[in-house]
Design a protein around this ligand. Structure first.
Ligand code: TNX
Length: 719
């Protein structure tokens, strides 16, 4: 055999070649001749500034590792060059060495992440097989924005340290460098405050005998958790190694129901009407006029400032229910004394006092966009624009440094297509829409664009707690690949076309995410039905499966299916640890709306009468919650033949407004009822399989669950 062929064969047999396609894509990349061979003898050298990264790198690469001085032939050399911008880096792969030069620590870290993407994806699973050849090349790169954020709500769904670390890993692999950590809300307080330990020890748990009501999720059982300050310190350090700054949020003065349950004295000075909520005080805003409140707030914020090294502390400011202040004689008197006419000015007053506490502790404030509506805030305030694009422009046009995160592009708690789980109030969108986000083409002026500090994705967690409480899968599914698209957009002003990005995603990055351990979402398979043939396909190399809707077992899809019942089939695809949503042909989703009459043992409210659900217009709402024996009866004007009827109580965001437990019965003759099964999460799917249905009745077996009403959704009937 000729020597050159031998070399080639060796390369093919023993070395896996580097993978193209990097997310986020670098500014410039040029290939040179030759290879660097990463093998177990490769050394790592790092200057003092990047020393922690030598240890980090060693965790991922099974190589000889760190040595202060170079004495082996091949090495990965990491260093800081202050000539470069802080987070910029140069990655140079030469036959003898790999050099990663960063403007600062962050730059070196970013260079390492790019290097990882030149290696087989096993690197993320810490299972890289050596040797590996990496083509010689030079990459020069720098981020567009210094703020590349991802938000995580651990207040609604408790996520422990290991879960948060897992997310820090995931976002840092994508060069996201800020974690906006939402620690308190109406449903939970997740941070130990040493001067007031009750905030976390009581406020971290809800349900059961906790005074914190479980608005979302289970409520018979007490559950939850919080971070001790030591755990927080560990998270901060863990994140810092990964170039992620944790920015804590204490959501004020609204979204404070948890602390108000523990310290009701912080609330406004009036007796609320608690009858509609079964004696429960729903108030959620701090009283602005109660002077003692500021001492407690100072205790809390001072500890938060001491704990977190971030320059900015997020103090909330969103969705304050200001009627509470308008009903409070003390707040009204304060407004009068201050010559205020708008309660938004009260909020500004409150925020200004919080900012004074932050300033005393050497910190700057970050706020949600509503907070700028009561008058000017200090110019160094960072504003998170979330409500919509307009709110983001409002902040930038007033000159605030703005983190742009409009719900309709960056709220990753929104569902990704119509029939998937998630909220929909802002929009229904997938990674492609995230990827399309470009302020210039969306109407931001050049002056406004100057004030954009960066972008941020949000993950609010009301829904996972009620749907998938104990697993991280849902969060993974909602975040990825949308975070990948966000990362690209934060990094590059002119990113590759979507088609190219998608090619990298499916061609390389799905494998990487699988090795990272992310349970990401694949695009839904395309399903069509024509001339008696049902067909499905994917564009991402994933494996396709199908099942009958009545059967839980999936079979590999072998090709077109001849059938008279396209509505009965479901498809999904899988690749690595990725999974698509289940989808059917358009026929699968078709529903009918036969005339029905709804009656109940519970009265319906005048604003949401049963007639609305009867006419399939919107949900109905009772005036009280259900008790054992309470029932709702759906009687059809004419018997209905169909394959499926879905009966749903409750409302997506507020699952407590359901029949907590109960059962359903069906009448197939208009006189007798037969059991159809137990309700689960307030709902049941009934399959009459073509038998005429005269009526359906659901009966509650639960004791009063302490909420104000039951929501009855229109029936969803599939022919
Ligand atoms: C609005 S975003 C909220 C959150 C919810 C979210 C759900 C913001 C500042 N407030 O409290 O969790 O919508 O999408």
């Amino acid at each position: 055999m000729k020597p050159r062929l031998l070399i080639l064969m060796t390369v093919i047999l023993f070395c896996r070649t580097a993978i193209a396609g990097i997310i986020p894509s670098p500014q410039s990349r040029t290939f040179c001749n030759g290879y660097f061979t990463l093998d177990p003898r490769t050394a790592i050298s790092a200057d003092t500034a990047s020393a922690p990264l030598a240890i980090y790198l060693q965790e991922y690469l099974p190589i000889m590792g760190f040595c202060g001085q170079l004495f082996t032939a091949q090495a990965i050399v990491m260093q800081v060059d202050p000539e470069l911008a802080e987070e910029a880096y140069r990655l140079s792969v030469q036959p003898e060495r790999i050099e990663i030069t960063g403007g600062g620590y962050g730059g070196v870290f970013n260079g390492i992440q790019t290097l990882f993407q030149l290696l087989p994806s096993d690197v993320y699973a810490k299972q890289l097989q050596l040797p590996v050849k990496i083509a010689c090349q030079k990459i020069e790169d720098a981020p567009r924005y210094s703020y590349r954020g991802q938000h995580l709500d651990v207040a609604r769904t408790w996520m422990d340290e290991s879960r948060v670390k897992r997310y820090i890993d995931f976002i840092s692999y994508h060069k996201i460098n800020k974690l906006h950590f939402h620690l308190t809300d109406d449903e939970g307080w997740r941070i130990e405050i040493r001067s007031h330990p009750e905030l976390a020890t009581i406020g971290g748990f809800r349900g059961g005998d906790s005074p914190i009501r479980a608005i979302y999720g289970k409520w018979d059982e007490k559950y939850g958790g919080y971070f001790t300050q030591d755990e927080i310190k560990e998270l901060i350090a863990y994140a810092a190694i990964r170039n992620v700054e944790i920015i804590p949020e204490i959501d004020l003065p609204g979204h404070s129901r948890t602390i108000a349950r523990i310290h009701p004295e912080i609330l406004c000075n009036y007796t609320p009407d608690t009858a509609p909520s079964n004696g429960y005080d729903e108030r959620s805003a701090w009283c602005v006029a109660r002077e003692e409140n500021y001492a407690l707030l100072e205790d809390i914020l001072t500890e938060v400032c001491e704990l977190f090294p971030s320059k900015y502390i997020h103090i909330g400011g969103d969705e304050v229910q200001m009627e509470q202040w308008m009903r409070c004689p003390d707040c009204r008197a304060l407004m009068q004394r201050e010559g205020m006419c708008d309660p938004a000015q009260l909020q500004r007053l409150f925020m200004t006092r919080m900012m004074a506490i932050l300033e005393k502790n050497g910190k700057y404030p970050a706020v949600w966009n509503e907070a700028i509506r009561g008058g000017q805030l200090p110019q160094q305030s960072r504003v998170h624009g979330w409500e919509n694009l307009k709110a983001c422009r409002e902040a930038t046009s007033q000159g605030y440094r703005t983190v742009v995160m409009p719900g309709e592009y960056f709220y990753f708690d929104m569902r990704q297509s119509a029939h998937e789980p998630g909220h929909n109030w802002a929009a229904i969108f997938d990674a492609r829409k995230v990827y399309s986000f470009d302020p210039a083409s969306l109407g931001f002026t050049a002056a406004e664009i100057k004030h954009i500090e960066g972008f941020e994705g949000a993950f609010w967690s009301e829904i996972p707690v009620s749907q998938h409480p104990e697993t991280p899968d849902y969060t993974d599914y909602m975040l990825f690949p949308r975070v990948c698209a966000l990362a690209e957009r934060c990094w590059n002003e002119n990113p590759p076309a979507w088609e190219e990005f998608y090619r990298t995603l499916t061609g390389s990055h799905y494998d990487r995410m699988s090795a990272m351990g992310i349970r990401f979402r694949l695009s839904p398979p395309a399903v069509s039905f024509r001339d008696g043939v049902l067909q499905a396909g994917t564009d991402d190399g994933s494996a396709l499966f199908y099942r009958l809707e009545t059967d839980s077992v999936w079979s590999p899809y072998q090709g077109p299916i001849r059938t008279d019942h396209p509505e009965r089939y479901l498809f999904e695809s899988r690749k690595g640890s990725g999974q698509s949503p289940e989808v059917g042909a358009p026929q699968f989703y078709r529903t009918i709306q036969p005339p029905v009459r709804i009656t109940s043992s519970m009265p319906a409210g005048s604003k949401s009468p049963f007639a609305r659900a009867e006419q399939y217009k919107a949900f109905a709402r009772t005036t009280r919650t259900c008790r054992p024996g309470d029932w709702v009866l759906f009687s059809f004007d004419n018997p209905v033949r169909c394959r499926e009827i879905f009966v749903q109580t409750g409302y997506l965001q507020l699952p407590r407004l359901i029949f907590n437990s109960g059962y359903a019965e069906v009448s197939y003759d208009g006189q007798n009822f037969e059991q159809a099964g137990a309700l689960e999460q307030g709902s049941i799917t009934i399959r009459p399989e073509g038998c005429p249905v005269y009526a359906i009745r659901i009966t509650a077996t639960c004791p009063d669950n302490g909420s104000s009403s039951v929501i009855i959704q229109p029936l969803r009937i599939k022919p």
